[in-house]
Design a protein around this ligand. Sequence first.
Ligand code: C2E
Ligand code: MG
Ligand code: MG
Length: 676
Amino acid sequence: MINLLEFNNAGITAISVLIAVIGSFVTLTMNERIVHSVQTKMNMWLKAASLSLGLTAWTVHFIGITSLTLSVSFTYNISFIFISMILAVLTAYLAFTALYKLKKHWWTFTATSVLTGSGMAVMLYIGIMALQTDAQAQYNSSATLFSFLIAISSFFILLQLFSRFMYKRSFLLKLLAALLMATAIVSMHYSSVKSVFFHLPESVFTSSHFVTMPNFIILLVLLPIGIIFLFMVALSSLDRKTALHLAYTDDLTNLPNRRSLEQFIQARTTPLNLPIAVAIIDIDNFKWINETYGYESGNQLIIEFSRRLKQLTPQFGLAARIEGNKFALAVPGTFSCKEIQDLLSARFLLLKSSFPIFGEPLHITFSAGVVLAPEHGSNFNDLILNAERALRHVKHSGKNEVILYNTHFHDQDLERQLAMSFQKALENQEFYLCYQPKLNLHTGLADSVEALIRWESPVHGFVSPAIFIPIAEKNGFIFDLTKWILDEACRQMKQWESKNHTIKRVAINISAPMFLSDRLTQTVKQTLKRHGLSAHHVELEITETSIMEQFSNALSVIDELKKEGISLSLDDFGTGVSSLTYLKRLPIDQLKIDKSFIDDVHISAEAKALVEMIIQLAKLFGLTVTAEGVEKEEQLHILNNLGCDSIQGYFISRPERASVLSERYEQETITDVLTP
Ligand code: C2E
Ligand code: MG
Ligand code: MG
């Protein structure tokens, strides 16, 4: 028996190693894609990775075989070549399927390695069996066993690498992993070919010339290399495409995302200024749905909602998912308010039928804010901002409606922001009181002041009480605020009293909700007690509207306060309903004529007559009269002549900090202004 010589062609071996490295790198990249892609794409990547790994192992093996030169003529069995190729790919597929579809335990890793490693070893031997010659192939059993062990451990290493390289790593690290993989693949090949010896009986051996591979076999082996190369090209172009797709598509629903919507709207609005309607739609109570039915069902609802939204989108429109349970519908075209409302309500009918997602049919509601370009904004940001404003308005006024944007929504936005800042502002001492003197026209002394609240917010700047008081009244903060005002004003008054200051009384404005609540008297009493201040130093200013709202209730509150010795004045007289009958029945002490009556008192005989009438009426009911908003000397003289008891206004003083007034009125009387 003659053992035939086998030569390995060093050049071809080098090529096979290079292919092993490149193939491993491509497989590792595809392995990343499996993890990163959505469910539907995952299977595609899994198959691609299997093909890549299988073909790499197979190609390395066959290139190795083609580098053999035998000193005997030989041919190849094409069926064996194909069977081994298919087996290589199937084995790789099994490895990836087990890795991604089975629970990860050490024993699943081991079992998969044994199975796939053995599969790959069988592939290697089928590959060797494809070599057909007169020589006898003899397998060394221990070397064969060793080659199986090498294949199993190689697959164990491969599986470890795949499970550790699921997420993007640095290029260098991935290259190192590819080198390790390539070593495993190449060693599988060598351990298998080294376990075979070709023997020829001496009688058959004729010459010692060496026969090399037929050309078509080389071509056949080069085919998978081509496939792997194609994979690389496809992968990089797919990468670019996928990145682009991901950047503009929502993962869960496959709808265009916010960026896509921006591009769509911007293309029409800037700089072309073409008309477009945009609706932002939000599923009502989605948080509750998620918590009650579970996040998976919540996702199903979102997917079904998106499907319907896409279905109802007009031909040239765009439906997009902006975030969470918020969607958008952009419809190019000119619409009047009515047209867009009609169009949307007709189309949205589809969203209103029940969703069979939770086992039982569930009816959901949704809210939508709609804007029209260019009326409500000429670019994406303005339009979305205003649509969100309209949406917020719907959400705050009961949900389940489609509302067109309106400029009033801006005010409501500010209202909400202010309301949210109140409590913190009180804690951070952002509020303070100013005091505006009332000049007693009989004595010429500024003997009382009105406390006026000020808010210097670090966020909103100076906010006028005319703006924030009505908001505080609406959201209930007025109770805490009035308590603080009462406390602060009484503290200050006590200071003036103890210094025997000219200022003998402080007037505090009381809002309707506070006035009509049953806490007012108690709060005032407690505050006075806390500061050791007697009641005649305090006056409460109430408005007509707070009295007229609940007249009998107001009467009993006034009675209670009067019993405590607190005087009351009716603020802004003339601006409300001003029923004379009611005025007669009210046990108040003072009437403050609103600034609007005073403004023209010095230039209009009618205004003067009106003020005169109010003063006389007040006198008739036994009330003292204060005129508000006196800005000019002429006004002061006229009011003095008409019998007004005191005046208040910028002519005397603007509202000032207590320290300013303390100093100003300590020595001073202002009688001189009374002399015409
Ligand atoms: P009000 O109680 O009628 O207070 C008079 C308002 O007119 C004050 O405005 C005062 O600064 C302003 N004023 C006084 N004299 C003149 C003048 O000669 N010319 C002009 N143009 N204005 C003058 P302010 O401080 O902005 O307060 C506005 C309103 O906010 C108050 O009207 C009152 O209704 C409410 N407010 C102010 N402080 C408080 C408070 O502490 N509690 C409550 N509940 N309401 C307050
Ligand atoms: Mg007032
Ligand atoms: Mg007033």
